[in-house]
Design a protein around this ligand. Structure first.
Ligand code: IPD
Ligand code: CA
Ligand code: CA
Length: 269
């Protein structure tokens, strides 16, 4: 079996993200072929081609590994390694020529997220993390913020594409946090939100109904930078859960006290 060290993961994902990011930058702001996966859930030709480039690179370097990719081109080989890929996080931003979007690539080993890379092509910012070995932005170590209260914090959230079909749509939490926090932002790119907590630009982030490809890479990066992850009630989060709260650790309990009294969770819709 192939083992993937920190150096190998970092070098492989750096080259791959820079190559696919250059393609996305070239396509950004041009006329695109856009399809609808749902009423407000878009997919472009660039999402699909980026995923093809990423999956081909992984299959050629790690042919026996499993792949889980958002646009469906992954395959299962019952390997202990699983690559979890969002080829373009922030598709709605991309389709509107808004410059915040990212490539997110994580590696799971025996059910735990081992490493992650998130690349923001327009800003040329590469976030990388490896369990037990730290988190980095363009090769420099990063740390979460030191904010101690939600009032002193700038926090972020997002809204899933199903928000019109469910009452459990985060609007209640958004209002509750807005009335307590120093500031709340909504950028539309979960992978970047998580990395911004990792490097101290945000102090916390929460969202409902994200998928493993949205959170896996950013979660390990943020935890390696000193962040803490849980469900809204403070219990253990895995990337297969439907709610995530991530913070600089220091304001985590206060965020739980704001999010916990929300509407009880039902199954994913
Ligand atoms: C979406 C983004 C967005 C989040 C949505 C995700 P996509 O991913 O991460 O920030 O609010 O829930 O689905 O579709 O742009 O890859
Ligand atoms: Ca996504
Ligand atoms: Ca995506």
């Amino acid at each position: 079996m192939t083992t993937v060290s920190k150096d190998e993961f970092f070098q492989f994902t750096k080259e791959l993200c820079e190559r696919v990011g250059a393609y996305q930058t070239q396509k950004w702001g041009t006329a695109l072929n856009i399809e609808h996966k749902g009423e407000i859930n878009l997919v472009t030709e660039v999402d699909k081609h980026s995923e093809k480039l990423i999956v081909e690179a992984i299959q050629s370097r790690f042919p026996d590994h499993d792949i889980l990719a958002e646009e469906g081109s992954g395959e299962r080989k019952d390997s202990p390694y699983k690559w979890i890929i969002d080829p373009l996080d922030g598709t709605t931003n991309f389709a509107h020529a808004y410059p915040l979007f990212a490539i997110s690539i994580a590696l799971e080993f025996e059910g735990k997220i081992l490493a992650g890379a998130v690349y923001v092509p327009i800003l040329k910012e590469l976030f990388q993390g490896y369990a037990g070995e730290g988190a980095f932005l363009n090769d420099k170590p990063i740390q979460v913020s030191q904010s101690k209260t939600v009032l002193d914090s700038m926090v972020a959230t997002g809204f899933a594409y199903n928000l019109r079909e469910t009452h459990d749509n985060n609007i209640n939490h958004f209002k509750n946090v807005l009335l307590k926090a120093g500031a709340v932002r909504r950028d539309g790119v979960a992978a970047i939100d998580l990395c911004y907590v990792a490097c101290g630009r945000y102090d916390a982030f929460w969202e409902l109904d994200l998928f493993p490809w949205d959170t896996a890479a950013g979660m390990v990066i943020c935890e390696e930078a000193g962040g803490r992850t849980s469900r809204f009630d403070g219990t253990k989060y895995t990337v297969y859960e439907r709610e995530i709260l991530i913070s600089n650790s220091l304001i985590h309990d206060e965020m739980v006290s704001i999010l916990k009294p929300g509407i009880p969770r039902g199954p994913r819709r």
